[in-house]
Design a binder for this molecule. Structure first.
Ligand code: SAM
Length: 188
């Protein structure tokens, strides 16, 4: 039995049920706007890219990065880079940085939380060098372990910080989404 959002994503032509998580978060916090330059970390198979393309219009663009290939997306304003986010240097300036990155779960909850924290911190550090002033950030992290430490780091950098577990996120999943709006000016 496929769940409601999996069936809905198939019917509506989206590559992943996670598309509805982004839609629900964006509906509440209005993170992605027309003309935005978007960096999507961990973008495969491409659900968040599809949703972001609907929001940014023709003037914006999206760069997506993943260690796995993305499914076919025919859009001139989308570029895919196959790479490990923890290993490449990203060169660009974005209005919003998204990270839905998740480690391959091992069943060892502490280890999975630690890896999820590492990925979330890698995404946050990319904000330090690649996000415009007053830019926005949305990042998945598994709760537990160093989750409070991650929240503290996000609060240092953004004026407005919220967390949300959208309805489309399975209740048994430990994932949480951290929203950072309006990046603070960098200290010299
Ligand atoms: C939950 S999926 C993302 C789904 C995506 N948001 C969508 O809507 O299609 C998590 C992704 O993170 C990617 N990922 C995990 N670690 C990564 C890393 N170090 N660098 C790049 N991508 C990574 C995985 O390959 C996986 O495709």
């Amino acid at each position: 039995m496929k769940d409601f959002y999996t069936r809905k994503s198939r019917e509506e032509g989206y590559y992943a049920r996670s598309v509805y998580k982004l839609k629900q978060i964006n509906k509440k916090y209005n993170l992605i706007k027309t003309g935005d330059k978007v960096l999507d970390l961990g973008c495969s198979p491409g659900g968040w890219v599809q949703a972001s393309l609907e929001l940014i219009g023709n003037k914006g663009f999206i760069i997506g990065i993943d260690i796995n290939n993305v499914k076919e997306i025919k859009a001139q304003n989308f570029q895919f880079i196959k790479a490990d986010v923890e290993e490449i240097k990203i060169d660009g300036t974005f209005n919003i940085i998204l990270s839905d990155m998740a480690p391959k779960t091992t069943g060892d909850r502490a280890l999975d939380q630690e890896r999820s924290f590492d990925l979330a911190m890698a995404a946050l550090k990319i904000c330090d060098t690649n996000l415009v002033k007053k830019g926005n950030f949305l990042c998945k992290i598994f709760q537990g372990g160093k989750y409070p430490e991650f929240l503290k780091e996000v609060k240092k950098r953004f004026e407005f910080v919220k967390t949300m577990k959208p309805e489309a996120s399975k209740s048994k999943s430990k994932e949480m989404y951290v929203i950072g709006k309006c990046m603070k000016p960098k200290k010299e």
